[in-house]
Design a protein around this ligand. Sequence first.
Ligand code: NAP
Length: 460
Amino acid sequence: MKVMETGEENQTRIVKDFVNRLFNSVQIHNPNEWEFQQAVKEVLDSLIPVLEKNPLYINQAVLERMIEPERMITFRVPWVDDKGNVKVNRGYRVQFSSAIGPYKGGLRFHPSVNASIIKFLGFEQIFKNSLTGQPIGGGKGGSDFDPKGKSDLEIMRFCQSFMTELSRHIGPDVDVPAGDIGVGAKEIGYMFGQYKKIKGAYEAGVLTGKGIGYGGSLGRKEATGYGTVYFVEEMLKDQGLGFKDSTVVVSGSGNVSIYAMEKAIQFGAKVVACSDSSGYIYDQNGINLDTVKQLKEVKNARISEYIKEHQDAIYQEGCSGIWTIPCDIALPCATQNELSQEAATMLVSNGVKAVGEGANMPSTQEAVNTFIAHNVLFAPAKAANAGGVAVSALEMAQNSSRLAWTLEEVDMKLQGIMKDIYSKSMKASKDYDAPGNLVVGANIAGFLKVAEAMIDQGII
Ligand code: NAP
């Protein structure tokens, strides 16, 4: 006997068919771009209840337009190494969405950089930037240049060449890049210097993450790591929990990891492990952050050197083993897809209570599903690590007004923004029948603001 579909079931089926067709077309039009496809799939699946409630988003092809970048720029970056050899790298800038503000997103310098990675990061940036409540669109860029083992002069020459081309495409009201993996204050400084020279004008707001002495914001360096911990603390608080007296594992030992560790320790947690791309350290006495900062921020050394100063600590080659260490809270802060389903299963069986993504898309889709299935509190990257770009937008505001705020002012604003992102994401998860699922909540809350702006601005 054929079961008759109710109107609601019919609508759900139509929307699911639409989403499947759309995702098929994304796969066909972006072949071999696995990270980009992964990021799009997660968002499309989350938006099914929104599309059911508001068919205008389908009729106006809002998603098709959001998934196709407004512009993708690739360019040659020639530079000369210290031995006089000419080298060539590839540069990228994806200008994904300007619906709610100028394109905004970091630059990544890492040998793994390709179009797929830049597009996944740029796509996620649309929703993240929307969640901050600030007027910033989505973009991202970078190069397959590897800064590891390069001299300062080589890095400077590369940055100058990169900016010589990028400067044609950016500006304080057009597109405002910042740092990401392999790009910190030093690289931003070299790029800012070159931009200024080419333009013949001091446009401070063209880049964020600048040095404090020439237009940078206090608190920007700490913002992504601190913001992640503020977000996770808010999520834990809702369940009567907190960082205090908890055991924490943090992957990576770069900008995001160091300041996530710092805030977690300030909140009373014991951080027992961190890593770099070669391996991880485990210190049962609690990681000594001064040593990590000295190794990573000053000496540019490997994390393995930590055990020379702390004899109780152990070092293990390879990164994924870090997730076998029992902890209450796991903060993946290194790179995409670093936390697999196997790692998630191990964390769950060791009793993890919460996971907060400091890095972008660090958990595979299967890992996210494992956490959610086992009721682990899960803070997705788009929401949890939005503190960095939020303080970048505060840097833009200070540059426009030619003012500099105190660290306390910036930190207060950051805390307010992270609380607001948490409540918006939680509210959207409840409004759309997935209470507590912050993956769904963050995607929906981020999407709605951009979608409404796109509809208001017509088909462009
Ligand atoms: P970073 O300062 O360059 O640090 C990256 C860290 O991750 C380094 O310790 C690196 O080790 C480690 N790493 C790289 N690949 C790894 C792997 N496969 N396994 C374990 N560790 C690995 O970069 P970051 O700015 O902290 O960025 C980290 C993540 O946060 C990225 O996903 C980035 O997109 C995201 N994020 C950053 C910001 C920001 O404001 N910086 C904002 C939002 C999101 P090595 O030194 O050995 O390479």
